[in-house]
Design a protein around this ligand. Structure first.
Ligand code: FE
Ligand code: FE
Length: 197
């Protein structure tokens, strides 16, 4: 049997900074609330939320090294922006360190940063919870996105990806090179799903 969610939470707490830990708690409870709303597995949402940033304490160099050690593929964008790798490594650590074998939980951790087309509801829930948890600072349209998240997961995906991509595009040229192609594909996918052109 897996470690209890509270044991996991305590172990993660010892590794990450206090502010990150508060964020992780926020994501755990928000993901569970969304799971209740949409009839998803509350336990799985809790595990995925508690573990989603469990690799985020590593430095850029350590992330690249940890990927090499496990033969985890790193794209050019990930090599330029190794912090993106905390999602792939988070899923790897969830399995290795915490013994999580459930593929739905692991893939919700894997896709929480970039998103991708055709996500499962659990994947969407963790992605959305990461963005809307109560401790997040107020971003543009946050009130609307929080409300929509409890009404329509696909619409919330579209609004969040739209916000994230336009934020990155408005930034400097360096940021443009760090937009993961999965996020762009996910944006196109959820835009079409919502009938927006
Ligand atoms: Fe993250
Ligand atoms: Fe996070």
């Amino acid at each position: 049997m897996w470690m209890s969610i509270d044991e996991i939470q305590d172990s993660v707490q010892r590794k990450v900074k206090k502010r990150r830990y508060q964020h992780i708690l926020g994501v755990r409870f928000t993901a569970q609330a969304l799971a209740m709303r949409f009839g998803e597995d509350i336990m799985k949402a809790g595990y995925a939320g508690a573990l989603h940033d469990c690799a985020k304490y590593l430095s850029d160099k350590e992330m690249l090294l940890a990927c090499r050690k496990r033969q985890i593929f790193c794209s050019e964008i990930e090599k330029r922006q190794p912090s993106l790798l905390h999602a792939k490594l988070g899923a790897a650590f969830a399995k290795e360190v915490y013994g999580i074998t459930d593929e739905e939980i692991l893939s919700a951790i894997r896709w929480h940063t970039t998103g991708k087309p055709g996500m499962t509801d659990l994947e969407k829930i963790v992605f959305i919870a990461d963005y809307i948890e109560p401790g997040r600072k107020m971003l543009p349209r946050m009130e609307e996105i929080r409300k929509v998240s409890f009404q329509n997961l696909d619409k919330a995906m579209y609004l969040i990806l739209d916000n994230t991509l336009s934020y990155l595009e408005e930034g400097n040229a360096k940021d443009k090179d760090t937009i993961d192609s999965y996020s762009v594909d996910a944006y196109d996918y959820y835009k079409e799903r919502n009938g927006a052109v």
